[in-house]
Write a protein that binds this ligand. Structure first.
Ligand SMILES: *Cc1c(COP(=O)(O)O)cnc(C)c1O
Length: 347
């Protein structure tokens, strides 16, 4: 057996088969390139599902992590630490918002957004207890918790994991009329990916996000943008919502926020919305830890220059031009996406 084959055989024997990886065993990576245990090199076009927007082993991110590793890595939120205020302030600034609630993984940030919208609904909007509804889109991907798979339309992600959490309405992505029809006085939020990532990099129809913004404003409903995969540079903007000139009420961020080094996620919103929390009502042992904040602060500093967004736009134009040549002739049927994010339908 080759080194690759034996590594795959042991992984299959001793890990749950909840993934079906390509038969490559990565040993190291640098920038956009990965090297496997046999010394073969691969161009990494997945980029950790947009967690690696700054490349593998980015010097600035590795240095920031190393420096913080030597100082303090975890305090829990029972104490303040000296990277926390900067992280929250800078991230809120980057988002043009006021407050940050840090978590670790994307799914936890989505859960946080759901809890926040419900609490806002009861405390601020005046929805009767237990009645809050959140509208989501078909073919969404927001993570893997029991609540989140409750509103998935993907049978694989959902089957055999019930009973499911109530309180969600599913409407077709891109259909404003259906969304309006689904709204009641108990609707507290619309939760959407501005570009549907796992569904296949599906673009919203022109004007859709602006329409959702207008509708949610009129009906006093929160617009929550899950920018975990679409945000932080890959599409050529800090947020995919910017392509449509839209500012939501809440951003849900993850993946690239931790630079591919550590899991860092957050909900970012206004004081009117995130101000609903009191001590003890929500939290996370690792959320907002010093190591996470140090790495994320470097990510935010890199995004503030606009240089990475610019580069994703330029390289993305080249990528889409060349992919466009392939489309419709042979194996590639259609090509979608923005910047350095592309989805292909392969025949
Ligand atoms: C990946 C992803 C999540 C879940 O993030 P995890 O860190 O895997 O929990 C949520 N929403 C979107 C849009 C994602 O792409």
């Amino acid at each position: 057996m080759s080194t690759t084959e034996s590594a795959i055989a042991s992984a299959e024997a001793h890990s749950a088969h909840n993934y079906h990886p390509l038969p490559i065993v990565v040993a190291s990576a640098d920038g956009a390139w990965m090297t496997d245990v046999e010394g073969r090199r691969y161009l990494d076009m997945l980029a950790g599902y947009s967690a690696l927007n700054f490349g593998h082993a980015n010097r600035r991110l590795i240095d920031a992590a190393k420096a913080q590793l030597e100082r303090v890595t975890l305090t829990s939120r029972a104490f303040h630490h000296d990277r926390f205020a900067d992280f929250c302030t800078r991230l809120a600034e980057l988002c043009g918002m006021e407050m940050v609630l840090p978590m670790n993984t994307g799914a936890e940030a989505v859960e946080t957004a759901v809890k926040t919208a419900r609490k806002w609904g009861y405390q601020v909007k005046g929805v009767p207890d237990g009645m809050a509804k959140i509208i989501v889109a078909a073919n969404n991907f927001h993570g893997r918790t029991t609540t989140i798979v409750s509103f998935s339309t993907d049978a694989e992600a959902r089957a055999d994991f019930g009973p499911y959490t109530p309180g969600f309405e599913i409407v077709p992505f891109g259909d404003l009329t259906a969304m309006e029809a689904a709204m009641t006085e108990n609707t507290v939020a619309v939760l959407l990916e501005p570009i549907q990532g796992e569904a296949g990099v599906l673009m919203p129809p022109a004007g859709y996000l602006a329409g959702v913004r207008e509708l949610t404003r009129q009906r006093n409903v929160l617009f929550i943008a899950d920018e975990i995969q679409s945000g932080l540079g890959r599409t050529g903007k800090t947020f995919a919502c910017e392509h449509e000139g839209v500012v939501p009420d809440m951003y849900v961020l993850g993946k690239a926020l931790g630079g591919g080094v550590v899991p860092v996620s957050a909900v970012v919103s206004s004081a009117r919305i995130l101000g609903v929390y009191r001590p003890g009502e929500h939290g996370s042992t690792f959320g907002g830890n010093p190591l996470a904040c140090a790495v994320a602060l470097e990510v935010i500093a890199m995004l503030r220059t606009g240089e990475f967004q610019q580069r994703a736009t330029e390289l993305g134009d080249h990528l889409h031009h060349e992919l466009g040549v392939l489309a419709g002739g042979g194996a590639v049927e259609t090509v979608r996406g923005r910047g350095l994010w592309a989805g292909l339908d392969i025949v």
